[in-house]
Write a protein that binds this ligand. Structure first.
Ligand SMILES: [Zn+2]
Length: 344
């Protein structure tokens, strides 16, 4: 009996020594397994009870049970102390709230958007208002009021998406010329950025959805000199201060006279030669323009003998290709951050 007690005492001091060294959960668990586990040293001792004389077994069992209970209690205390220490060290942790956090990916302004902003700012500085209009319009605003009657072959050229017999996705921003003139008397000065739609096959230069920016000035004594002056200023804002603008005679039903507008090629500075941007001509085409057709003014009850005006409509994506030297218009809509960040 005293022999058992001696063995237990020895195990207990070994247990206390190990416990003192155990500084984390895993070490504590190792101590538990070594002494109280299924093959632990105290467990093995308990198994030895069977070999004792029957009258000694109950008291031997009692002594071992007491020893086990005491050890389990100490283990529990050690576990609690460990948790308290971890908690206190977390409380004591100092957080530097002035340390910069991880940078957020904030993206950049899309090239199209930047061109629209630059053009709008330029015209706003000259007293123009920016107006936006619906992308679905009746034929009246798209064609009839713009001097393109139902039987006019120019309707074909717009390659429109019709939604019903009368409603279509606007193929140009010009319907807003009509909406603006319906609501205001001259002087009128607006620019209209917005999405347009045409049944174009998609390739490196064409999209079925694109962005146009439209300008309209109506007042007394408005002439093409004003148009050329404003467009020259706009091109210098977009492409550089030496830009020139030229008009090439053209035809649009809602302007008379009509002109295609070209500006100096920003890549070769108008020198042409082997330039891949302008094909050697030294000029880049921006879009259409002209003096508002007298019939359009009459449709709005503006007297063409008193009022005159000019309008233009340019493709924003086309300007982005030129301004940022992009080879394929589709890149603008692929949402590839690596591409867009290069232009940021
Ligand atoms: Zn060029």
């Amino acid at each position: 009996m005293s022999e058992l007690q001696t063995q237990l005492d020895k195990l207990r001091s070994a247990f206390d020594r190990d416990l003192e060294k155990a500084q984390n959960d895993k070490a504590l668990d190792n101590v538990r397994v070594r002494f109280l586990g299924r093959s632990g040293e105290v467990t093995l001792l308990r198994r030895g009870i069977g070999q004792l004389p029957p009258e000694e077994r109950p008291s031997a069992g009692k002594v071992i049970n007491e020893a086990v209970e005491a050890m389990e209690a100490v283990l529990q205390q050690a576990q609690a102390a460990l948790e308290m220490r971890a908690f206190e060290s977390r409380l004591a942790e100092k957080i530097d709230v002035t340390m910069p956090g991880p940078p957020a990916a904030i993206g950049s302004i899309h090239p199209n958007r930047r061109i629209i902003q630059d053009i709008c700012r330029f015209f706003q500085n000259h007293g123009f208002a920016v107006v936006l209009g619906p992308e679905i319009e009746p034929e009246y605003y798209n064609f009839d009021a713009l001097n393109i009657p139902a039987d006019h072959p120019a309707r074909e050229g717009f390659d429109s998406f019709f939604l019903t017999d009368n409603l279509l996705l606007r193929p140009h921003t010009s319907p807003m010329q009509i909406r603006t003139m319906q609501q205001h008397r001259p002087p009128i000065a607006v620019v209209v950025p917005g999405r347009c739609y045409r049944r174009d096959a998609v390739d490196a230069r064409h999209l079925f959805q694109f962005t146009q920016i439209e300008g309209l000035l109506v007042g007394e004594d408005v002439h093409m000199g004003h148009l050329k002056g404003m467009l020259t200023g706009m091109c210098r804002e977009l492409f550089g201060r030496d830009q020139q603008v030229r008009f090439r005679p053209s035809f649009f039903p809602f302007t008379e006279p009509s002109a295609e507008v070209d500006t100096t090629c920003p890549l070769c500075r108008g020198n042409g030669g082997e330039c891949r941007m302008c094909g050697g001509s030294g000029w880049i085409e921006l879009g259409g323009s002209g003096m508002v057709h007298p019939n359009v003014l009459r449709n709005m009850d503006f007297d063409p003998d008193v009022y005159s005006g000019w309008a233009f409509g340019f493709g924003v994506e086309r300007m982005a290709l030129v301004r940022y030297d992009i080879d394929d218009i589709r890149r603008l809509y692929e949402n590839d951050p690596n591409f867009l960040y290069q232009l940021a």
